[in-house]
Design a protein around this ligand. Structure first.
Ligand code: NAI
Length: 270
């Protein structure tokens, strides 16, 4: 515990259950001294698990918001500001959903209506969140916004399907909005490109266990865990990263810059 976020106020999107990266990030932010508001889609809140997290995080309010509904987002920001008695210092966008993957459609056969929803929920939602904050002037000077992404935005991982395109769009929105918000209020917007992590969303990817084992062997430090990712988020929310913006930051044990490892070669020679 370093009190990295002492006095800071943040909104955490996407804590579904204890495996969620957002869940672990909320715990880490609270541990580092932040005050929190938790949010998720109304349907995800119905299971009630988030109340456990809220209790652990100083009875943080839980405010439902479907991230593609602008009225929900407006209400979320207004209620959060009221709760905090002022502006917001950080936001975690930890949201992903592929309708085509859910419906078992291969990349070459995607349904375009599903695809539009996927892109809206998983990528344009970051624009919607930032736009709502912008319109309400909800973010404090130097605030930090982090969204979670995956390296399939840069390289092909076949079963990642349309989410690869969604992540590429998410990273682009990060750069574009980061430019405008940087100039307006020194707000930082970045993505963290995380190792495969066993969560509800992660396990939706076909062949996920093989995928994860391969990444583990291909990373000099091994796969980064959800807890590691949560700690990295707290660093980016803190003032120690105040000049970092519009970046896609790989948090993957070195996977992204490794051509091959001896472990993988040994496996191939078996
Ligand atoms: P998760 O399933 O715990 O979290 C996904 C969240 O998105 C859930 O809380 C869900 O309720 C929320 N969500 C879906 N539709 C929504 C909507 N319309 N409005 C509001 N919230 C909505 O899984 P995980 O893995 O923690 O995912 C968090 C983020 O991390 C996602 O962006 C994911 O793509 C990303 N990521 C995950 C990796 C993994 O291997 N698990 C690797 C790299 C990135």
């Amino acid at each position: 515990m370093y009190n990295l976020l002492k006095g800071k106020k943040g909104i955490i999107f996407g804590a579904l259950n204890e495996q969620s990266i957002a869940w672990k990030t909320a715990q880490a932010c609270y541990r580092e001294g932040a005050q929190l508001v938790l949010t998720n889609a109304p349907i995800a809140l119905r299971m009630g698990e988030i109340n456990k997290l809220s209790a652990e995080c100083g009875n943080a309010p839980v405010i439902p918001a479907d991230v593609v509904n602008m009225d929900d987002l407006k209400k979320l920001f207004e209620e959060s500001m009221k709760h905090f008695g002022g502006g917001i210092d950080f936001i975690l966008h930890s949201i992903g959903m592929s309708l085509n993957v859910r419906k078992g459609k291969a990349y070459t056969e995607i349904d375009y209506n599903f695809n539009q929803k996927t892109l809206d929920i998983s990528a344009m939602s970051l624009h919607r969140v930032l736009r709502t904050a912008w319109d309400l002037d909800a973010l404090n000077e130097g605030a930090s916004v982090v969204a979670l992404t995956y390296i399939a935005a840069q390289r092909v991982f076949p079963d990642y399907n349309e989410m690869a395109d969604a992540k590429a769009l998410l990273e682009s929105v990060t750069r574009s909005f980061g430019y405008y918000y940087g100039i307006k209020k020194k707000v930082r917007v970045n993505t963290i490109s995380q190792s495969p992590t066993k969560t509800t969303a992660g396990s939706g990817v076909k062949g996920f266990d093989g995928f994860m084992a391969y990444a583990e062997k291909m990373s000099p430090l091994g796969n980064a865990s959800g807890e590691d990712c949560a700690n990295y988020c707290t660093l980016l929310f803190s003032d120690y990263a105040k000049m970092v913006t519009m970046q896609n930051l790989f948090h993957d044990g070195g996977f992204s810059f490794t051509g091959v490892t001896q472990q993988v070669i040994d496996q191939m020679e078996k």
